[in-house]
Design a protein around this ligand. Sequence first.
Ligand SMILES: C[S@@+](CC[C@H](N)C(=O)[O-])C[C@H]1O[C@@H](n2cnc3c(N)ncnc32)[C@H](O)[C@@H]1O
Length: 301
Amino acid sequence: MLPESPGASATPTRKRKRDCSVVESPSKSSTPRKRKSFSNYSFSESPSKSSTPRKRKSFSNYSFSKSRRQFTTDESLEINTFFERYIEKGETIPIQKAKTALADGDLPKCKQSSKTPKQVQDKVRQLIRRSRTSSRKTQSVVEKEKENDLIEAILSHREDGLEVAEIENKGRGVIATKQFVHGEFIVEYVGDLITWKEAKKREVKYASDTNVGCYMYYFNSKAKRFCIDATNESSSFGRLFNHSRRKPNCRTRVVWIGGKSGEQPHLAIIAKRDIKKEEEMLFDYGDRERDAIKENPWLKD
Ligand SMILES: C[S@@+](CC[C@H](N)C(=O)[O-])C[C@H]1O[C@@H](n2cnc3c(N)ncnc32)[C@H](O)[C@@H]1O
C-alpha cells in the first residue's frame, strides 16, 4: 500500500484544521479534505564502501605512498622490534624507511643475522598483510560504532541542536542551531508504534475531530507494516519536521532495537548531507499519490 500524505500541522495557539491537507496559512481554504498521512521509503543507509586494497605485484614494486594508512603504535613497535636485530640497536626506525630499505634491498646487517634477506622480506610481507586485515577490521569496527551511537542516541532521546520556529506557509518547523554532518543522527520520530490496522482505526477517530492534526508515519520493515502515530502533542522535535521533495536535507532510517518486549523498529531522522546552522530541517514525506498532491500542492516542492 502506498504511503499517505503528511498529517495536518498546527500550532498550539491556532485552531487546527481537522484535515492534514489543510495548511495553516490563513489564506488557504478550510474546507475539510481527505485526511492523509505520510511515509518515506528510503529506510536504509547505503552501505559504506569498503576500501579494496590494491594488488601488489611484487614486494620491491611496493609503493609506500604517503596516502597509505599509518601503522598503529603496536604494529610499528612490532616491526621496529623485528628490525632492531638488523639495524643499530635502540634506534627508532620509521617504519616506511625500514620498508623502503627492504624494498631497495638495503638490508644492512641481515647477512650477519640468523635470517636471510628473503626471510626478512617474508616477515615484512606478513606484517603488511596483517596490517591490511586489521585495516578492514577497523572499518567494520567503525561501522559497528556508528550503529551503536545511533542506538545510544535513540535510547538517550538525543535531540540537541534543534529549535522550533514558525515557517511561512508551513506552520511550525524545525531549525538547526548547530551544524550536522552527513549521516549524523538528528532526532527520533517519536510516537506510538502501531499496526496499520490500528492506524486506520485511529485515522477514522481523528477525522471526526477538526482540532486534531495528523502526524502518522507509515512504513514497512522486515516484511511488516507499521505506523508511528505522533499525533499527540509532545516536546519531541521529530514530529515537526516539514516536507521537501526537491531539497530534503534529512532522511529517515528504521533502526531495530531490542528491549524487554523484544526487538522494535524506531525511526531515526538523519542528515542526508552536511547541514548548516539556521537551515530548516526537511525530509521527503514520500507521498507521490496524485490525489494527495492535488490536495496538498506543497508535496511537489
Ligand atoms: C508532520 S507535520 C509538520 C509540522 C507542522 N508544520 C506543524 O506545524 O505542526 C506535517 C504538516 O506540516 C505542513 N507542511 C509540511 N511540509 C510543508 C511544506 N513543504 N509546505 C507547506 N506545509 C507543509 C502540512 O500542513 C503538513 O500536513
